[in-house]
Every structure is written in structure tokens, then in C-alpha cells.
Design a protein. Sequence first.
Length: 95
Amino acid sequence: MVQVTKHFFIDADEGNFVVLEKSTAQKGKNRGEEIVKTQGYYGTFEAALYGIQKQLTRKCVNKYDMDLTEALDRISKINDKILNISESYKTSQDE
């Protein structure tokens, strides 16, 4: 399993890359415990990274009240982080 951010990970099964998100259960019998949710299945590692990028962008827009300039700045930082990870992965694949 590869840790991409504090809460997002990429794992793999026989045919897919699986994006997982670790969080704390807010209700139910597991309240307060760490849980892992599957966020999506992807055919390539790069596609899984893009899936995480979309999730992070949605969470950012949902969590913060901000004007357009601030939103674009935050989204740009998310994009840059995922792009750097993707470039590092591509570089390691070329070696």
C-alpha cells in the first residue's frame, strides 16, 4: 500500500489500483475508531492519483467558504502536490 496523503492510500488487487481513505467513524458502533473506506477502483496508478486529486478538491470546496481566488489557490496546491507525486512515480518507472 502506498500512502499518498495523510488520509489517502493506493492499494492494488489482481486487476485494479484501489484508492482507500482512512478516517474516524463519526457514528454507529465504530464511532471514534479508525475506519478505511474504498473510494474507487482504477486501471492505472496515475488514474488512482487523479481520483485522489478529485476527492481532495471536492473536500476542499465543501469544507471551506472562500472566494474564487482563494479556491483557485487551494486547488492549485492540491494539483501541484498530486502532479509531483505522479512525476516521481513516472521517473521511478523509467529507471
